[in-house]
Design a protein around this ligand. Sequence first.
Ligand code: XIL
Length: 357
Amino acid sequence: MDTMNKNLIRLLAGACFLIALFVFSSCSNNDSEPAGPAIPIEDQTLKNAPYPVGAAVNITSLKNSEKYRETVIHEMSSLTAENAMKMNFLSKGRGEYFWDDADYLVDFAQQNGMRVHGHTLVWYKHTPSWVSEFSGDKEEWKAILKEYIQDVVGRYKGRIASWDVVNEIVMDDGTLRDCIWLQKIGPEYIELSFRYAHEADPDAVLFYNDYGHEWSFNRRLFVNHLVDSLRTKEVPLHGIGLQMHTNTNRSLLDLRYAVTSAAISKVKVHVSELDVSVNPDKKDITFTDDLAQKQSQVYKEIAKVMKDIPKELQYGITCWGVHDTGSWLSPNPDWALLFDGDFERKAAYRGFIEGFQ
Ligand code: XIL
C-alpha cells in the first residue's frame, strides 16, 4: 500500500471515530445540553432541577405552619401525601370515604402549579378494619379491591399524575409478601390493581414502589423480574418507585446502582421517599459538620444519578418530609432531610443542587 492510501485510510478511520464519538455523546442524553452559568446557591430552588423534586407532606403542617407552607411553595414541584392517601385514612367503610385531607392537598398543589403523586393504593399496612373483617369469596374480594381503587383514582382523575399502585410486595428472598389481598385473591391481585387503576385514569403513571434496592442485589433483581414479567403480560405498569430510606453508611456506588438498575427495565424511575439518616444506629449523638458533609455527598450522588439515566425515565425525586423535625425519623433523633428544624437549608441542600447542576 502506498503512503497516499495509508494516509487516506488513517483519515477515514479518524473521521469514523469522530462520528462515533458524536453519535455516542448525543445519545448519552444529558451531556448534550450546554451547561449554563451556575446559579448562586442563595438564588437556587429545588425547582431548578432538570426533573421534578418534591416532598411528602403532612396536611396539618401545611395548613398551620406558614414556614412549612412557604418552603413547600418555594422549593417543591411535586407533592406526595405522607399519610393522607393511605387506605385506612381514606376508607371508613365500603363506599364511605374521608376525602378532606386528600382534597386539601390536591387543591393546594393545583393552586401552586405542582404535580401530585398518589401514595399508596394497596399496601399490607394501613388496612382499615372493615377490610380485615370482610368476608366473601374471591370474586367479592376482587370487587371490593376494584371499587376502592376506582373510587380513589377516579375522584382525582386528571389531577393526580401518578400512583404507587402496590407498595412493598416483595420479601428479601424474592417471594411475595403476605397480605390480605394475596390471601384472598392470590398473586393476581397485583396485576388486577394496576388494571383497575388504569381503567379509572388511563393517563395516570402507575408505579410499583418498594424499599431496599440500595442494599440488596437480590431485591433489585426480583423487582426487575417482577416488573418485566408484568409488562410482558401488558399490565399497565409504568414505573418503579425506589423508597430510598437510606443513611450515611451506604456506599455511593450502591445508591447509584439502585437507580441505574431500575432504569434497566426501561420504566420511569421515581426516588419516592428519600431521606438520609445520619444516625441509623439510634445512638445519642450530635449532628457534626463531618456528618453534615457525608450526608451532603449522599444527596449529591442521588441528585446526580437521576440526571444520568435517560431523560424519559427520570420521574423525579421525592424527599420523605420537608424539614428535619417533621421527619418520621425525628424522634430518634435524626437529621435526615434537606432543611433543618427552622427550615434553613443544610449542607445536604447544597449537595443536592450540586448534584443536578
Ligand atoms: C410512614 C409515615 O412517614 C409515618 O408517618 C407513618 O406513621 C407510617 O408510614 N414506607 C412507606 C411510607 O411506603 O408510607 C412510610 O411512611 C414509610 C415507609
